[in-house]
Design a protein around this ligand. Structure first.
Ligand code: SAH
Length: 400
């Protein structure tokens, strides 16, 4: 450890309650040499030890790895990885289950490893670093993943878009690619509850697939029978495939990206015979435009937009966006229709999202009931001391 960070008086409160972030405004002074990504000790203004973590330039100055003084060595990483794996095994997702080979293995703060995401697709782990500290540990983590988690043979590193772009990391190090092994299949797929989805680690969003909607897609399947379904912001078409399997009469998938439209068509073809495929159609279109002219066309609408607020500063606009898009859906959906609506913005909390949807309902002047309140599945655990970790919020609403 080369450096110690001392906080302003009173700024130790959140760390004493195990919140794993130190905001830059809380930092009074830094003693010693420090580079972005280094391990630092964090102390109160009086010099009491508070925690150890990775130092980062930006609004979050330190992401805490341990609230106890200890070595952050190979043993530390191994212990965390094994704990995460035991947790997933107890959930019976993925490995050993022929219907599913896909799970989130490490979910940042939820697994005590802020800045690190690891998703597992069969025998390939996709590792994503959100901090320079985690970037520097990538080789150790990749080795330990292969050593300790039985199904893992390959580790793909995909952090080009998640590492802070100003960070002092050579371009060659930023490049995505395999750290260990190489997936032999030319068209790797994620299997989820018996449905298959083509994964594009190289160009796909996130690690290639939105694993976090697994249970919500399953719920949708139960509502789909005989319905006309609109899957807005469809990306790989997860919800569309579940709707088709659930017996939907027709499914329309919409995304502004032509690449996504290609993906959803491919995934529908991967799972269904030609007769069933005829019940599906995908469109490249803007959501706000598409929702203007669909009066009484659909019984079931899914709205799963990208995070409207990436940062707290964008909160107001984001809430407006949620209000507007949900109001459209309420106005257009058939009487008795069901709306699955989501927000994955970390900066928007559950109450704020619910309020935005409430306002949207009021604008449309329709009677709306909440049937389900949805969240992320257990392989995306929420550290109770880090409420920001509850990023996925969803409501299933019936519109009279
Ligand atoms: N529901 C998906 C994930 C959605 S990700 C799943 O279950 O996997 C959000 C998607 O919204 C992205 O694919 C992005 O291309 C698309 N998107 C972003 N802005 C859009 C807009 N204005 N209109 C339509 N699609 C948009």
């Amino acid at each position: 450890m080369n450096a110690t960070i001392y906080l302003h008086k009173g700024k130790e409160e959140s760390l004493l309650r195990f919140h794993p972030w130190v905001f830059s405004g809380a930092v009074k002074r830094i003693e010693g040499d420090i580079r972005e990504g280094d391990l630092v000790e964090v102390c109160s203004s009086k010099g009491d030890f508070l925690g150890l973590g990775h130092y980062q330039i930006g609004s979050i100055a330190v992401r805490i790895l341990s609230f106890q003084a200890r070595e952050i060595d190979r043993h530390f990483w191994k212990e965390k990885i094994i704990n995460a794996w035991h947790c997933r095994q107890s959930l019976r997702i993925g490995s050993g289950n022929a219907d599913s080979n896909t799970m989130r293995l490490i979910h940042g703060e939820g697994d005590g490893l802020p800045g690190l995401i690891v998703d597992l697709y069969g025998d390939t782990a996709v590792l994503q670093a959100h901090s320079v500290g985690m970037h520097r540990e990538r080789h150790t983590i990749a080795e330990l993943l292969c050593e300790t988690i039985p199904p893992i043979r390959n580790v793909y590193y995909k952090s080009e878009t998640t590492l802070p772009f100003k960070a002092d990391i050579p371009d060659t190090e930023r490049e995505d690619g395999y750290l260990i092994g190489r997936c032999e299949t030319t068209e790797p797929t994620a299997t989820e509850n018996g449905l298959r989805f083509r994964i594009d680690w190289l160009r796909g969003q996130k690690t290639g697939f939105f694993i976090d909607q697994r249970e919500n897609r399953s719920l949708l399947e139960h509502y789909a029978n005989g319905k006309d379904v609109l899957n807005m912001f469809c990306y790989t078409g997860g919800f569309s495939c579940y709707a088709l399997r659930g017996g939907a009469r027709l499914v329309h998938s919409v995304d502004s990206s032509a690449k996504a439209v290609e993906l959803v068509n491919r995934n529908v073809a991967l799972n269904f015979d030609e007769e069933t495929q005829k019940r599906h159609q995908a469109f490249a279109a803007d959501a706000f435009k598409f929702l203007e002219n669909i009066k009484d066309k659909y019984d079931l609408i899914i709205l799963d937009p990208p995070a409207f607020a990436k940062h707290r500063s964008a909160l107001r606009n984001a809430l407006q966006g949620y209000r507007k898009i949900n109001a459209r859906a309420f106005e257009q959906i058939r009487p008795g229709g069901i709306l699955f609506t989501f927000s994955c913005s970390q900066a928007v909390n559950r109450e704020q999202f619910r309020l935005a949807v409430f306002s949207a309902a009021a604008i449309s002047k329709r009677h709306v009931r909440i049937l389900h309140q949805l969240t992320q599945p257990a392989d995306h655990p929420i550290n109770i001391y880090h409420p920001e970790g509850e990023y996925l919020k969803g409501l299933v609403l019936q519109v009279e």
